[in-house]
Design a protein around this ligand. Structure first.
Ligand SMILES: [Fe+2]
Length: 203
């Protein structure tokens, strides 16, 4: 995630079919090869005339919106957020999924009662996202856990939160396989969600 201009289309960290039957290969091709590529291409095009911005990381572009020229600000925020969120989302899945471990597992149980209860609340949150966006599990600066939704390609970074895992609930993430049944998609996402990685990020 710490690449710089021109932004590459990073490959998925697993094969396109690796998450089947829960997330199918055609969905992963559409999502990665077309949607993520569009964000990458739009970001590179927007920054092409601004060499002074080409040395910044994705996080810096997102966190220092005040430095962005007015004519590209909206495009850069949307596309940099799109690249960041998608790379984070794809990295948060793994074949077979992994449960939380260590301190994160303990804190999830303490905060929500159990991992199953957390999953229920997270699913409710994901289903409540109106239109396009993401549901996130993040750590706050004091180490507590928080779950919340972001619209479109807004990231949690501007809220000084450490993202641990997210689910993309844009329709492009699931309509090929799950049609309009977001609840089924969320259930399937839990089968491949990498809470082991989230635990490593939490530390
Ligand atoms: Fe997406």
């Amino acid at each position: 995630m710490n690449q710089q201009y021109p932004w590459p289309l990073l490959p998925l960290p697993y094969a396109y079919q690796a998450l089947e039957p829960y997330i199918d290969a055609p969905t992963m091709h559409l999502h990665h090869d077309r949607h993520l590529r569009t964000y990458v291409d739009d970001l590179n095009a927007a920054l092409a005339r601004y060499p002074q911005l080409q040395t910044l990381s994705l996080q810096q572009l997102i966190l220092h919106a005040d430095r962005l020229p007015a004519d590209i600000k909206t495009t850069v925020l949307h596309s940099a957020g799109g690249v960041y969120n998608h790379e984070f989302f794809f990295s948060g899945m793994t074949p077979g999924g992994r449960p939380p471990t260590g301190r994160l597992a303990q804190l999830l149980a303490r905060t929500y009662g159990s991992f199953a209860e957390f999953q229920k609340e997270f699913k409710t949150l994901a289903l409540a996202v109106f239109g396009s966006g993401y549901a996130w599990l993040c750590a706050d600066p004091r180490g507590g856990l928080t779950i919340f939704a972001t619209a479109n390609q807004v990231t949690p970074l501007t809220q000084k939160l450490l993202p641990l895992i997210c689910i993309d609930v844009w329709e492009h993430a699931y309509y090929l396989k799950h049609y309009n049944l977001r609840a089924d998609y969320v259930d399937d996402w839990f089968r491949v969600a990498d809470f082991g990685r989230a635990s490593e990020l939490y530390g």
